[in-house]
Design a protein around this ligand. Sequence first.
Ligand code: SF4
Length: 88
Amino acid sequence: MSDSGRKCLRCLLRDLAEEDQRDLKKYLDAIRKEDRAPEAVVEKRLEICRGCEKLTEATCEACGCYVEFRAAIKDGRCPKKKWDRGDL
Ligand code: SF4
């Protein structure tokens, strides 16, 4: 949540305070190299998430995941089919 107490819409964890990013880093580090999506693919997916109405405080309201974690998985999928493993 932002300093003003309002929800941060269209934010990724990387945009939030450092302490809010710790869990994400732990989850990302746990993904095996062979299961990771290429960085360029992750960034394309996250660009789509940033424009999505379901993104609130770095979390996808459609699935409850941190989008940066979902986007980092090679076989990851958007629950609303805005991006898919075969698309990017
Ligand atoms: S994963 Fe899909 S539904 Fe969720 S925020 Fe990203 S684009 Fe939107």
